[in-house]
Design a protein around this ligand. Structure first.
Ligand code: IYR
Length: 233
């Protein structure tokens, strides 16, 4: 068995060995150059719903997942699993199931207030991105650790940990030149079944990944300014 496929066992109770952490301190001019560059790049990111079917380099997606998996997590429990789906038939099955749930949602389950909030975006129950995008990453949160012998150990701050990891994933994909969408069909139980996930995992989001379609359009959104999102005390 290669190290990568060996069962991973979390530490439990035993303290980690402290190791020196002495990263070079960046000169502030260099820090500023990097932060300004990053801010500009991130402001260019857009959620894409119209994908080209062109394939994406596998390694770019894998590197982005590896970046996401560096996220901090509650008690360093790393409670995430990313399932990469490229198989067209599996993507079609996911789309069919998502559209069945979404039809019920858009036909009333969401309620008028929620539908009104969504109306500016023009979303509906038709989810072409699930079959147009060449790759889907389905993110699962591990609600607890499940040992090989069926032992269970609770995970902490799972929503926060997986949310942070997805944020880092979106950043990595964007900076690597790929477009993505965080799709959250609800309920998502069908994803556990379609992808044969174990009982300790719960789907968190489906992230279609690819290049924007040639005729891709995005809504002309306005982001809040720094002053509107930040205050100092
Ligand atoms: N999950 C549905 C509805 C939806 C909800 C929110 I909040 C959005 O920002 C976008 C869509 C869907 O994927 O259409």
């Amino acid at each position: 068995m290669s190290p990568d496929t060996e069962q991973w066992t979390p530490t439990h109770g035993e303290p980690y060995r402290p190791v020196a952490y002495r990263p070079d301190r960046l000169p502030s001019a260099e820090s500023l150059a990097r932060s300004a560059w990053l801010r500009e790049r991130m402001d260019e990111r857009r959620t894409v719903r119209h994908f080209s079917p062109d394939p994406v380099p596998d390694q770019v997606v894998k590197d982005a997942v590896a970046c996401a998996a560096t996220a901090p997590s509650g008690a360093h429990q790393q409670p995430w699993t990313f399932v990469l789906v490229k198989d067209a038939q599996v993507r079609r099955r996911i789309r069919e199931a998502a559209e069945r749930e979404e039809s019920l949602s858009y036909d009333g389950r969401l309620g008028e207030e929620w539908l009104a909030a969504l109306r500016p975006l023009g979303t509906d129950a038709v989810k072409t991105h699930l079959t147009d995008a060449p790759a889907l990453l389905v993110v699962f949160q591990q609600r607890y650790w499940l040992g090989p012998d069926g032992a269970k150990r609770k995970h902490y701050y799972v929503d926060e940990s997986v949310g942070i990891a997805v944020g880092m994933l979106l950043t990595a994909l964007h900076l690597s030149g790929l477009a993505a969408l965080v799709h959250t069909p609800s309920p998502m139980r069908f994803l556990s079944q379609a992808l044969h996930r174990p009982e300790n995992e719960k789907a968190f989001a489906v992230i279609p990944i690819g290049y924007p379609a040639e005729d891709c359009e995005v809504p002309d959104l306005v982001r809040k300014s720094l002053d509107q999102v930040m205050t100092e005390v």
